[in-house]
Design a protein around this ligand. Structure first.
Ligand code: FES
Length: 102
């Protein structure tokens, strides 16, 4: 399985993805620049990504914690999510997202 991540220069990266991993961890472990300062505890908002429109409703909804923390992120859009709060599963194979500005 894989996900496709667009970096801040507009280049797409196809990243191998493992079930049960947080999308933030997949991005970070492939060496793409994502701060993820809190390490996935939903308390920093530096793992902010934009999810491609066709994928938004295929993700489970953000929790209240995620929504509150997203308020702290920069340039929040309709398609904004915190990538540490998205657990990869087979249904998400091919998931497309873009790194948000930091
Ligand atoms: Fe800190 Fe996601 S890594 S909120």
């Amino acid at each position: 399985s894989y996900i496709v991540v667009t970096d801040r220069e507009g280049t797409d990266h196809r990243l191998d993805a493992v079930e049960g991993w947080r999308v933030m961890e997949i991005i970070r472990d492939h060496g793409l620049p994502i701060k993820a300062e809190c390490g996935g505890a939903c308390s920093c908002a530096t793992c902010h990504v934009y999810v491609a429109p066709e994928w938004q409703e295929r993700l489970y909804e953000a929790t209240d914690e995620e929504v509150d923390m997203l308020d702290e992120a920069f340039e929040v859009e309709e398609e904004s999510r915190l990538s540490c709060q998205i657990l990869f599963s087979p249904e998400l194979a091919g998931l497309k997202l873009q790194l948000a500005p930091q």
